[in-house]
Design a protein around this ligand. Structure first.
Ligand SMILES: *Cc1c(COP(=O)(O)O)cnc(C)c1O
Length: 821
């Protein structure tokens, strides 16, 4: 993590772990930063790289990491020829993840201030952030960045501890049996907290009891235990210390009830040791109430008086857990993370900026860090070190403390402003254009005003794309693939309607092997946005060959005619060995060479040095449909026969691929050398086959523009097709068939969610608007409306498939992106 205030010699590091062997080129070297992801290297000079065996074996990236300047490594025995890196230090261990945890544990043991550990199914991050807000008047708190609560995340979180703090709050997340013990050993909490536990048992556990038992292991050995007996299901909490409970009738803090108050607030009434007490919080939903009561119990456990608790609870602030990416003025992209500002979250945001590197110029607008006083230069030293390793070109600071800290890391242009008003007044002069702007501001600097000023006007109707869900879905499919199988991601038709370079950048960052688009101009756009990875074009028209060659796009070749046209172009340009992909028709009967073309094709390719076959592929017509499994087997057999002959004749390595999303799930024998992942990436899986936990990636949203109360017997919309039989309330929303909301959804066939409840359409769908019956819903103008909550069900209702609904959302509907942490 981005902390630089402590360092260890390489010898100390090796003594902290169970070392098998050590090779020192420079025994005096010191390390200060823990690295494990070759894509996220920072502070390389004092970095220590752990080669972990995750989905990708870290040992495979040592050359890259070495090239970037890292000279200290922890590797597994027998996996690395250390003599290849003569000037690097190597610590050899049995298990690199355990070594990382041992080092974190050693580091933690050097501090004797209290450590609070938090676990639970929901609310861990919110409770942690709220405790930070509630306790910061007395304490200098170090905490897990965002939701860093995994086996690696906890180690990195603890690594941030140093002598300038007096309290640590660390999250611990588990998803399988056996995971808590290593976390507990590292954290060794003085106080453990259980936030709420959901009723379902998450994937990894046999039962809800097993899940709770695992989480409760965090409590063993703690001096204080805070939990609700409602969540522990009668399982004894393994702490010999003081138990401070909340929720149920015999708890330390018994909740009696709650009542909404003006301004979206809520009062929670409780009994503490027989005395009536209450807090008032600026939230009303059940999750927020539960989290607030949990924090309340923690404060009581820490000895806070009710008056102080009440005053602080009243000022709780929402916790923003997403980075939003939006279109800005003058072709800028705005990455908005304006609600948290500390080095750790800045580090995460800078990573995201590196991934979404659309524009050549990258600007950071940064406010003073909260809780850092004037004259405390260490933090700002760290900040500048972090920035000097980032890709930032332009730094704009806001606030007096940063203003005092002059200068900027090499090559970064710096401007500073006393406060947000001064920045806003100077916006025209700052002349932002064609750049990516990261906004990081502490809450009191109100950067939402900066964000509003920099944003292009967005319609009320947007498709919000969750980039972390796309990443999650990718990893779900990857978990089904053997390591050596490559992955091509289908980003045709604006990534099935989900956007273009944003998704491609994410996939490139996640080291997908290939992208595929339908047309050359889609590929050209991706190249212009900085996508450098290989791209296949499925429908290359001869007219687009120039663009194809200019942008290193690789055509699908499906007929002799297109092959000859391409060869002619290549000859005229004196190009040889140009990458192509051969498509074979094994039964889909769409595009592709016929099976009977084999001999002629082998011959033609044999004397065409202008092209080089990168891959040969075919498409399954019904991979997701068990009814046609015999047909699918036939396609696969035909394909293998064809490719054996073709690849044999070519005498150089050629990738073979046939599996789409459904086949990845249902046909492991079709994975071959590469798979082509399409709709699954966007959250829609096959009904059968290997079960995957996919997440919805897009939410189509609009707003209520007007409400009408109409008497029974009236009609709604064109042709008077919508009839009401009783007095009704009708909401008009800002989406119509020109936005891609199908006309077949009209007259009650479709529905939208208004304040979480289903409101059926009434009357015909108009071009830009739709009317909903909200008679039984408490709706007002400006309310958010979710257009599709279950896209599979809604597609079925009008006799189509999710693909058509997704790709049909018109380009006039603005896409906005966010990333959850
Ligand atoms: C679109 C497409 C895919 C992806 O199919 P999904 O069903 O969306 O996974 C794979 N291969 C080809 C040739 C395609 O056109």
């Amino acid at each position: 993590m981005a902390k630089h205030t402590h360092s260890y010699t390489i010898r100390e590091v090796s003594e902290a772990m169970q070392t098998v062997d050590a090779v020192y080129a420079d025994a005096a070297a010191t390390v200060a930063t823990l690295l494990y992801d070759s894509r996220r290297l920072i502070y390389t000079a004092q970095g220590l790289f752990f080669a972990l065996l995750g989905r990708r074996d870290g040992h495979r990236y040592l050359d890259d990491v070495y090239a970037l300047g890292v000279r200290n490594y922890v590797v597994m025995a027998g996996r690395t020829d250390t003599s290849r890196f003569p000037d690097a230090n190597f610590i050899v261990v049995e298990d690199t993840l355990r070594a990382l945890q041992e080092l974190a544990s050693y580091h933690r043991s050097r501090f004797d201030y209290p450590v609070i550990g938090i676990t639970g199914s929901n609310g861990k991050t919110i409770v942690k952030e709220w405790l930070m807000q509630l306790l910061s008047p007395e304490h200098r708190i170090v905490r897990s960045p965002k939701s860093y609560n995994s086996q690696i995340g906890v180690a990195l979180s603890l690594w941030q501890m140093d002598a300038s703090y007096d309290l640590a709050i660390i999250e611990a997340g588990v998803s399988e049996p056996g995971e808590m013990e290593p976390l507990r050993t590292m954290i060794r909490p003085d106080m453990a907290i259980l936030t709420t536990v959901g009723p379902a048992h998450d994937d990894g556990f046999r039962s809800r009891e097993a899940k709770i038992k695992e989480k409760l292991q965090l409590f063993s050995g703690t001096a204080k235990a805070v939990y609700s007996p409602n969540d522990t299901a009668g399982i004894p909490v393994p702490s010999e210390g003081v138990h401070i409970t909340w929720g149920s009738s015999d708890a330390t803090l018994t909740v009696v009830g709650h009542a909404a108050t003006a301004g979206n607030r809520c009062t929670i009434h409780a009994k503490h040791k027989g005395v009536d007490v209450a807090i008032d919080i600026p939230f009303t939903d059940a999750a927020a109430r539960a989290n607030a009561v949990c924090c309340w119990a923690v404060l009581l456990a820490m000895g806070y008086g009710q008056e102080v608790i009440r005053a602080r609870m009243a000022m709780l602030q929402p916790v923003e857990m997403r980075l939003q990416m939006k279109k800005g003025i003058n072709n800028c992209t705005i990455i908005d993370d304006s609600y948290s500002n500390d080095l750790a979250s800045l580090h995460i945001a800078l990573d995201f900026l590196k991934q979404q590197h659309r524009h050549p110029i990258r600007t950071l607008i940064l406010s003073d860090l909260p809780g850092v006083a004037e004259g405390e230069v260490q933090v700002y030293d760290d900040l500048f070190k972090l920035l000097s390793d980032s890709s930032i070109n332009r730094l704009i600071t806001v606030g007096p403390v940063l203003g005092e800290f002059k200068g900027a890391p090499n090559g970064i242009i710096r401007e500073s402003f006393a406060d947000t008003d001064a920045l806003l007044a100077s916006l025209p002069k700052l002349d932002f254009h064609d750049e990516t702007i990261l906004l990081k501001g502490a809450r009191r600097h109100a950067f939402e005003r900066v964000s509003a000023a920099l944003m292009a006007k967005v319609h009320d109707t947007v498709l919000a794309i969750n980039l972390s869900a796309v990443e999650h879905n990718l990893n779900q499919y990857r978990s089904l693939l053997p390591k050596q199988v490559k992955l091509m991601a289908m980003v045709k038709a604006f990534s099935y309607g989900s956007g273009d370079f944003e998704i491609a950048s994410l996939l490139q960052f996640n080291r997908v092997d290939y992208l595929a688009v339908a047309y050359a101009d889609e590929g050209t756009e991706l190249r212009k946005a900085g996508i450098w990875m290989p791209i296949m074009v499925m429908n290359p028209q001869p007219a687009s060959f120039e663009a194809l060659l200019e942008h290193r796009l690789e055509p699908e070749i499906y007929s002799f005619a297109i092959l000859e046209e391409l060869i002619n172009t290549l000859v005229s340009k004196n190009i040889s060995g140009y990458p192509i992909h051969i498509k074979v028709d094994t039964g889909m009967h769409r595009l592709g060479f016929a099976m009977a073309d084999l001999m002629q094709l082998v011959q033609r390719l044999g004397d065409a040095p202008e092209v080089k076959v990168k891959s040969v592929f075919s498409h399954l017509a019904a991979a997701g449909d068990a009814q046609h499994d015999a047909f699918t087997v036939g396609q696969l057999t035909a394909f293998l026969g064809f490719t054996d002959r073709l690849v044999g004749a070519l005498q150089y390595p050629v990738l073979r691929h046939i599996a789409n999303s459904a086949a990845i799930q249902r046909w492991p024998q079709a994975h071959l050398d590469m798979v082509r992942l399409g709709i699954g990436l966007y959250g829609i899986g096959a009904g059968s086959g290997n079960a995957l936990q996919l997440q919805q990636t897009g939410t189509l949203k609009t707003v209520v523009t007007q409400l009408h109360s109409i008497p029974g017997g009236d009609s709604v919309g064109y042709g008077r097709h919508g009839r009401v039989t009783k007095d009704s309330r009708i909401a008009t929303v800002n989406i119509g068939y020109a936005d891609g909301y199908d006309r077949r959804f009209g007259n009650g066939v479709g529905y939208m969610l208004v304040n979480g409840q289903r409101a059926p359409t009434i009357g015909d769908i108009c071009m830009d608007m739709t009317m909903l019956d909200v008679s039984s819903i408490d709706a007002k103008t400006g309310d958010e409306v979710i257009v599709f909550d279950d896209i599979e069900e809604q597609a079925a209702a009008i006799g189509t498939i999710p693909y058509e609904l997704l790709t049909g959302i018109s380009q006039r509907v603005k896409r906005v992106y966010y990333y959850e942490m």
